[in-house]
Design a protein around this ligand. Structure first.
Ligand SMILES: Nc1ncnc2c1ncn2[C@@H]1O[C@H](COP(=O)(O)OP(=O)(O)O)[C@@H](O)[C@H]1O
Ligand SMILES: [Mg+2]
Length: 268
């Protein structure tokens, strides 16, 4: 069973003010298998979040077929399906109560809610939260108020939170956005540790910077204007040509010690 299987997927929205359809995704074929760690790359507005929202069982395709963890969207209780999917999405940090400690933030993931539902938390959950806090390396944040954590610290707590409910699929939408270099590197290190500790867990990370791709990433999908430029094993996909086409700017792609970088060779 694939973790995600999309075939001929199109997503469009009606833009009433302009009396036209906006096509957000078109002709998307994509399969994510167990144990694969994907990065989705593309410029702003390429459709990355739209793609992730389908994989997260947050929305339906307009046309085509989407299966997540073997369940077809449209023929399944989306809420039930979402219990098996861990997500870290932009804006999540803002919705969580600042008074919660790091430990409590992680614990909210046990019930898939942003509030701490004490009567539904069990001893197993507390033990798992402690284990994840160790695994992700956020012990110093355990008793710190969420509102006192830096943006990077919050993202790492949210990563641990996303793993709380023993997900069968983990999706992260721009987890590194807005972080300074050391914070970004600490989060990437946590993502690598997480991937190593959960070797079978399929993951998808959205970003628009090659420099933010964790070394444990196995596959890449390049998205431009709602269509796939290339998708497959990362070393085959991240060529200078394909990345230049995706971002519409000539770049040289470099690969060094598992990490990636794009250098602009000619400004448009
Ligand atoms: N409800 C909507 N109606 C019309 N256009 C939308 C709607 N939601 C998103 N879009 C547009 O679809 C495109 C893709 O959006 P999105 O998936 O958020 O891109 P990304 O995450 O890659 O930046 C963007 O150009 C965005 O403006
Ligand atoms: Mg987005």
């Amino acid at each position: 069973m694939a973790a995600i299987r999309m075939s001929e997927v199109t997503v469009w929205r009606w833009v009433a003010a302009e009396e036209r359809r906006a096509v957000l995704l078109s002709g998307v074929d994509w399969t994510v298998e167990r144990g694969e760690h994907w990065v989705v790359l593309g410029p702003n507005g390429a459709g990355k979040t739209t793609l992730l929202n389908l994989a997260a069982a947050f929305s339906h395709p307009s046309e085509g077929r989407v299966e997540v963890l073997g369940e077809r969207l449209g023929a399944v209780d989306m809420r039930k399906l979402r219990e098996s999917i861990g997500t870290v999405e932009p804006g999540l940090a803002r919705r969580i109560r600042g008074r919660y400690t790091g430990y409590e933030v992680v614990l909210t993931g046990a019930t898939g809610s942003i509030a701490l539902l004490h009567d539904r938390i069990e001893d197993d959950d507390r033990a798992r939260a402690d284990r994840l806090i160790g695994e992700i390396g956020v012990e110093p944040l355990r008793e710190r108020r969420f509102e006192d954590c830096s943006q990077g610290e919050r993202q790492r707590l949210l990563l641990a939170r996303g793993l709380m409910d023993e997900p069968s699929l983990l999706l992260l939408d721009e987890p590194t956005s807005g972080l300074d270099l050391p914070s970004r590197e600490r989060l990437i290190a946590s993502l690598d540790t997480m991937a190593e500790a959960n070797a079978d867990l399929p993951t998808v990370i959205v970003t628009h910077h090659l420099e933010e791709i964790p070394a444990t990433t196995t596959h890449a999908l390049l998205l431009r204007d709602g269509t796939i430029v290339a998708a497959g094993p990362i070393a085959e996909v991240l060529t200078s040509d394909a990345v230049s086409t995706t971002f519409d700017i000539a770049v040289d792609v470099a690969h060094n010690a598992g990490r990636w970088a794009a250098m602009v060779v000619r400004t448009p």
